[in-house]
Each structure stands twice: as C-alpha cells, then as structure tokens.
Design a protein around this ligand. Structure first.
Ligand SMILES: [Zn+2]
Length: 377
C-alpha cells in the first residue's frame, strides 16, 4: 500500500509577491496548483493549506532581533535606518515586500507541516520551501527565513541523531551548510554550480567539509557549467549510496530547486525535466521516502511542469503524455516577459515530460567525484 502524499500550498502566495522585476516575482506555488488542478492531478484532501510558522519554530535557527526587524519592516513596508547594513534587507536582492515576512512565514510553517506529516507516516511536499541561503541574522540570496534549517533543527529537537540534508538546487546551500558546519548529527550533501562562476561565489567548494565535530559531515560537489542529465545522475549514483553507507541517516530533507533545468535563465545547467525527475527517483531509490521541499527556480512554466512531475511520482500517478487544453491555458496565461516571443520553448505547452538531454560525462566531473569520494574510502 503506497504512502499517502500531500501537497502543502496556498493561493495566498499570489498576494505575497516580491517587488516588481525581482526574479521571484513570478507565480510559483499558485501556478503549480492551477496546473495540477487543470490536469486532474490534485484531489480534494490532497492539498493542505499552508500555515504560518510560529515564533518558537523561527528561533530554532534565527536571532530574535533579526526576526523583529523583519516584522517591523513588514508593518511599515519600509526599511529602517541601519537595517540594510545589519540585516541585508531592503536591498535589490532581498527587498521589502509581502514575500519577506508573511510569505516566508507561510513557506516555513509549510516545511514544519511536511516534517510533521512525515513523522506521522505520510509524505508531503512544500514547493514554497527550500530557502537555503538565509542566515540566522541576515537575509541572503532572496531568502529571509531558512526553512530547511528550521526543519532540520525541528528534527534534532525531536531526538533524531542523524539527519541528512540533500540539496539539488543549482546554487550552493550556504545558509544551511554554515549553520550545521560543526554538527555531527547533520550531514549536508550539495550539488551545485561552482562558486567560481555562480552565486554565492564564496562558498560551496569541495574543501569545505565541516569542522570540529562536524568534520567530514559536509560534502560539496561544485560542478562546471553545462551539466546535463547524464552528469547529474552520474554524480548522484556515485555519491548518494556512499553517503548513505557512511552516515546511515535516520531521515533526510531534500531540497528540490528547479534552477538546474535548461530553461532556467539564472543558472548554467542544462538538465531536462526528465533528468530532474530521474534524479528525484534515484534519491528515493537510495534513501527511501523523505521530507520534500522546493527551492530556487526562475522560469515559472519550467518550474511548474517539473514540480508537477515530482508530484505525480510522490502521489503514485502515471505521467500524462499530452497537456490538456485547460493546462495549456494555465501555462500560457503566465505573464513572463523573458519568454514571450520565444517560439523554441513551445514544447513546454504540449507535454509535461521532455525528452532526456543526456550528454556525456566529462573527465573533470569524474575527477571531481573521485576526489570527493576519496575522503571517505
Ligand atoms: Zn538556486
């Protein structure tokens, strides 16, 4: 009997958007929900309304003075003197908007909901989660509240001693890594664009392996541009079983940012959504069911299609071949200037699943994995 799956979401995100021209201004959770409903892939009862995070949950990761600053800026929709420097808010990257506090509270509460459901024996996905760049008292990389960090802390508080965090986002999970850097109860495994050419530019190198008690509990795979399905799967096939065998996780949290997709204009990876789906399958084959969070992803249509595929897997549904006229209408209604005139992307409106973009496995990728694994063998 398959485990019951739930999607944690809300249409309230529609009114909790970032400022105009921000990469996260796009519809994400609401578009995914509309797409799933239009395809008949989401039944009443499978969608659970997101609830805001509680103060006691927020302080599992964040400093109170930072949280109070966010709350204060939310009240006036303005940034107080000195807050830019102290908390990195009110900047182009991390602007004051309804997404900053109210949106983050919902996204974070939803991650706790996923954890609670997982502990209760069902599985759940919070597409609004995975805001892995936020620091305890600083916003960073579009992230204000570090919901994966809070979810992990929540698990540790409940007595788990070996929590694995797997991050598939195209960007390194600096906020999560640094928080647990000296922690031997948390293993952080991240695949991402090398900081040599991508955000966060200063973190995510292979040599960052944790320190003190946490030495060896952090594994980074900083990858070159142009990663396609074959290389993504190669890296996962070689590292995941080893991490499982070395760390023996009791539970894992999976960050499923979609910015590795080839349509995403904020990353230099070229993975097809079929490759992304296969990566998800592989993680589950090796680790079993986990705690599923969203993450980055800046092409709304590519993102909604990719997460719809994951939802089909989680909820044990077959993948539909062709998109229905209703689904096409939902996707075509997205106002996203970057692809308005791009006829080469019309395949996205015909089917859900794209053909693989396999490519070859380059020597430099093999070499990087060899070096990473040599620490453990
Ligand atoms: Zn990202």
């Amino acid at each position: 009997m398959p485990v019951q799956a739930r999607l944690i979401g809300s249409f309230n995100y529609k009114s909790l958007r970032y400022t105009k021209n921000h990469p996260l201004r796009i519809p994400r959770v609401s578009l995914l929900l509309e797409l799933l409903f239009s395809l008949g892939l989401l039944e009443e009862g499978e969608l659970v309304e997101s609830r805001p995070a509680l103060w006691d949950e927020l302080i599992l990761f964040h400093e109170e003075e930072y949280l109070k600053a966010l709350e204060e800026c939310d009240r006036c929709m303005c940034v107080k003197d000195g807050y830019r420097e102290r908390f990195n808010i009110g900047t182009y990257e991390n602007p004051i908007s309804p997404a900053m506090w109210k949106g983050s509270l919902l996204a974070t509460g939803s991650s706790i909901q996923v954890v609670e459901m997982f502990l209760g024996g069902s599985i759940a996905f919070n597409p609004a989660g995975g805001m892995h760049h936020a620091y305890p008292s600083r916003a960073r990389g579009f992230c204000f509240i570090n919901d994966p960090g809070i979810a992990i802390q929540y698990l540790l508080e409940r007595g788990f001693k070996r929590v694995l965090y797997v991050d598939l986002d195209a960007h390194h999970c600096d906020g999560v890594q640094d928080f647990f850097y000296e922690e031997d109860r948390v293993f952080v495994l991240s695949l991402h664009q090398s900081p040599d050419y991508a955000f966060p530019f200063n973190k995510g190198y292979l040599q960052e392996r944790g320190s003190g008690r946490g030495k060896g509990y952090n594994l980074n795979l900083p990858l070159p541009p142009g990663i396609k399905d074959g290389e993504l799967l190669y890296v996962l096939e070689r590292t995941l079983p080893l991490v499982r065998d070395v760390f023996k996780p009791e539970v894992y949290v999976l960050q499923l940012g979609t910015d590795m997709l080839r349509e995403d204009y904020l990353s230099k990876f070229e993975v097809s959504n079929g490759g992304f789906l296969r990566a998800f399958d592989l993680v589950r084959e090796v680790l079993g069911e986990g705690i599923y969070l969203g993450g980055g992803g800046y092409h709304p249509v590519a993102l909604a299609r990719a997460w719809a595929l994951l939802w089909c897997r989680m909820s044990n549904r077959p993948i539909q071949d062709r998109l229905t006229p209703e689904a096409r209408k939902v996707l075509l209604s997205v106002d996203f200037e970057e692809f308005e005139e791009d006829a080469s992307r019309c395949y996205m409106y015909e089917k859900l699943l794209d053909p693989p973009n396999y490519g070859e496995v380059r020597e430099k990728v093999k070499g990087l994995v060899d070096e990473a694994l040599s620490y453990y063998l």
